[in-house]
Structure formats: C-alpha cells, structure tokens
Design a protein around this ligand. Structure first.
Ligand SMILES: [Zn+2]
Length: 368
C-alpha cells in the first residue's frame, strides 16, 4: 500500500449555486475524496457568479452545510469589483480572471479592466487566469509590469509551455497547471484535417472518446505535438489540476453541448498509470498535486491527513462507479493501475473501499 499526502485540486467547478442538477458541494466533494483529494479550490463562475461579499457568502454558506472535504472559494474579477475584492481576499482561495471570453459579471472586455485587479489584489493571495495563447502572454506582461505572481490555469499548447519556460528563466513570477485530459487526449478535429482518421487516445493506456459533444472542453483538446510538448516539459508545470467541470450526459449529447469534463475521480488513477508507464515519477506527482499547490496558493497544512493507494490493482474506469452527479466520464472503459483504498482527513477516515464515511459539513474552509 502506497501512502501519499492528501491531494489538493486548485481548480474545480462544483456548480453550486445555480446548477445543482450537475453537481453541488456535497456530490462534488464526495467525488474529490473518492479521487484522493482532501482539499479543493472552487471556481466562481456559478449562477450567480461569486464576485462580492454577498455572493461569496452564498457559496460559503452552501459549502459550510454540505462539503465533505476541505475547500476554499475563488472570487471572480469583474469590470466593477476591483475596489471591493481586496478586502475579501483573506476569505477567498484567490482571484480568478477570465481573460479570453466569458459572460455577465465576470466579463473583462478590455485590458484596462485587468489593471486595477493586478494593482490592488493582495500579493500573498493568488491571481489565477484563464488566458489562452496570446492572452497568456498578455497576462505574463501584467505580472512583470506589477511584479506580482500570476498562475496560468490549464495550459494545453506547446507554445504556452515553451513561453512559460522562457518567462520563468527570465525571472517572471509565473506558475501554471495542466489538466489530465490535456495530457491524455487529443482532438480528433485536428487529426481529421490531415489524415481523415479519427484519433484514438494519445496515451498508451486507454481508448478514444466517442461523441463530439463529449469532446467539448475549454481550452480545447489539442494536437499530438502539443501533448508531447507538455510531457517533455513536465518540469515547467507546477501543478496538476482537474478543472472538474461536470455537465450532465443529456447536456453533453445535446445540439448545444457545453464545454467541460468531470475529472476528480479519474486524475490520480490516470497519473498513477502514467507512472507505471514511466511517463513521470511518484515524486513528480507529489510535487504537482501537493507540494506546489500548497506553495503557489499559500494553503495550510492538513494535519493527520493522507491517502492510501493500492498500486497494483488494475481496473476499468466506469461512470457508474463515480460520485459526480454528471453521469459520464471521457475516460469510460480506460484500464488504469492504482486504486484509492482509503482517505484520512484530519484524523478521520473519510473514504474507504468505495464508501464515503464523513458527513456533509465535515469539510472546513481553509481560508477562515
Ligand atoms: Zn475551469
């Protein structure tokens, strides 16, 4: 039995408030524990979005009632809240800025709206950006201009990892995360242009994804060249994050499929299997799922907290065995090696052999 620290996922969407038919603080934190995560940081693009004292209270109220693992809640940066979020920073996971496209209160249409957030948000708390390709370069320019750290969410492209590498070498205070789906899946749309052949999985350990709506995710699945660049530059990548973003199977298979994959329950088994295939080391995994998230996001230690993994058990990933409410996984049928047997959170067994053993509300806000 392998014993690891309780894992930290700095990027999850738990859908509450607003879309609890997809997930809520209960089902989402059950999924976290079942996946070996004892702490999750929840994103603010809920309905309503979390962007001021009142909406932060709504999210934290639901979390306080329902969460089974420890957590913190992000604030979203909007065009009009740069003056109020600094005073809430000590209660929040960090500030999330959507620099490409989003909607409603979190929309930042021009770069002058980024400025007061970079100027005013307290430096000891993270700014996390959704910024793809050239927007990512712009975010690093703001980091350099204001000499403050910035964390780039879910990088997926070769150009992104190589630019972050160069920026780190020049002393820019940038960190980044990669999601398992960007390490294990490529887009069939890219393949189709060249070969006309629909891609299977890029990984030696699984099969392809079926159904085009189920391939929708932002950032999009990339090319084999991009996936290879991420694996080749693992040392540049600070954290693994799931970007757990559940939508129901009916929504994914509809004419207008929303982007996003569930990921909390598949991340660790996929990465353990990659270790078995010598694609990374156990030390890499601990660095990127525990040590670095704690450092980058300035998170407290969880005492008497660990997970136990049976390294040799092989099994097939099946949505029907998951706690997430969404009812599907892009990794359905993948064979993985490494099963999470037990999760101990603050001295209590929270998960053991497929069962959640702590009550709703056991989870604590790590920023309170
Ligand atoms: Zn996300």
């Amino acid at each position: 039995m392998l014993k690891l620290p309780g894992l930290i996922d700095p990027h999850v969407h738990l859908r509450e408030p607003g879309a609890t038919h997809k997930e809520d603080w209960d089902s989402g934190t059950c999924a976290a524990l079942a996946g070996g995560f004892t702490m999750v940081l929840a994103m603010p693009n809920t309905e309503p979005p979390i962007f001021d004292a009142e909406t932060l209270d709504i999210a934290l109220g639901a979390a306080h009632q329902k969460a089974r693992c420890d957590y913190a809640q992000y604030l979203g940066a909007g065009p009009h809240n740069a003056g109020i979020v600094p005073a809430l920073a000590h209660k929040a996971a960090g500030l999330k800025m959507y620099l490409d496209s989003t909607f409603g209160e979190l929309r930042l249409d021009d770069m002058t709206l980024w400025k007061p957030h970079f100027e005013n948000y307290p430096r000891e708390y993270p700014i996390v950006v959704h910024a793809e390709s050239r927007s990512m370069a712009a975010a690093m320019f703001f980091s350099a201009m204001y000499d403050r750290p910035v964390h780039i969410a879910h990088i997926s492209l070769r150009e992104e990892v190589l630019l972050i590498k160069a920026a780190k070498e020049r002393g820019i205070k940038v960190t980044c995360e990669v999601c398992p789906h960007h390490l294990f899946l490529t887009s069939p749309f890219h393949e189709r242009e060249g070969s006309g052949v629909r891609a299977e999985s890029t990984s030696p350990i699984g099969r392809g994804v079926r159904g085009e709506g189920r391939l929708e995710v932002r950032p999009r699945l990339a090319t084999q060249k991009d996936v290879d660049a991420l694996w080749e530059n693992l040392d540049v990548i600070d954290c693994f994050a799931t970007d757990h973003a559940p939508h129901t199977i009916e929504e994914k298979d509809s004419a207008n499929p929303p982007p996003g994959f569930p990921g909390l329950e598949t991340a660790l088994p996929l990465l353990l299997t990659a270790i078995d295939h010598r694609l990374l080391t156990l030390d890499d995994l601990i660095q990127k799922m525990y040590t670095n998230p704690r450092r980058v996001f300035n998170l407290p230690e969880q005492s008497e907290t660990w997970i136990e993994v049976d390294e040799s058990t092989e099994y097939e990933i099946k949505a029907e065995n998951q706690f997430t409410r969404c009812g599907w996984t892009p990794f359905e049928g993948w064979k993985v090696k490494g099963k999470i047997r037990r999760v101990v959170l603050r001295g209590k067994t929270a998960f053991e052999d497929g069962k959640i053993l702590v009550e709703k509300g056991y989870g604590r806000n790590v920023r309170s």
